[in-house]
Design a binder for this molecule. Sequence first.
Ligand code: LHQ
Length: 265
Amino acid sequence: MSSATILISRSGGVTRLTLNRPDKLNAFTLPMHAELRAGLEDANADPQCRVVVLTGAGRAFSAGQDLAEVGGPTDRSTPDAGSRLELAYNPLIKLITTLEKPVVCAVNGIAAGAGANVALACDLVYAARSASFLQAFARIGLVPDASGTWTLPRLAGQARARGLAMLAEPLPAEKAEAWGLIWKCVDDDKLEAEVTAVAEKLAAAPTYALGLAKQAFAASSTNTLAQQLDLERDLQRLAGASPDAREGILAFLEKRAPKYTGRKA
Ligand code: LHQ
């Protein structure tokens, strides 16, 4: 069920993917990227899976790119950092943001560099109170990546995005919540239980409609209002024809709890 750098568990509609290089604060390597993508693709294709939880093993969520992999002390070449994005981070961000089911991120400790931005690309981000988000890039002469320059100004506004990127200071989880960067900051000893509860809730949700809602939110950043209204019409047409929409309306009228399958048809 699990690969070397990603732990995978499946239970009751919840697929849990755990970044598992705790000694290196779950820094991303190419094999870890490949295994994470495979885990996400499998979750997307698995009809039993209704929600993905992404978290980290040990004291960190992820310290971003494994810097030893891109240029150790003996490496005098000029690595093409852009190709690393093309090969690994960009496909990962596209996969998370287009996954047809919700992705919940449980940020169990520091999330730095691309690690922070992978977390922020997820649909619902829960963070332990002791966790922090660090746009570490400026500390090593790099530009925020893994969608940070897209996500940060949209979630937190330009002023805060620039401050985070240029000062490269850790943003505590509580402030990340206050700034609207994440859904919720919770006490460390409550993170596991809160994330499990929300994952169980989402595992019983009308998954197909949630996937369509993701599409709508993603498109909203470039669409005009008129385009977005057209998109909402088209997506509602799809959602409205699903068995879950029929069940949802019927259950409301019959004054009972709905039983969703999560399926498109
Ligand atoms: C690490 C790392 C790490 C390797 C901790 N790599 N070992 C994209 C395209 C191409 C190129 C480059 O990058 C990118 C995207 C990016 O993500 S760039 C940004 C990369 N990340 C960073 O710059 C953050 C580097 N890490 C840190 O600043 C610190 O480790 C933080 C602030 C995250 C945590 O500090 P501490 O709690 O003091 O832990 P530590 O520094 O002692 O780390 C523990 C171990 O983890 C240590 O290993 P060791 O064998 O000495 O115990 C670190 O070397 C290792 N580690 N981050 N990114």
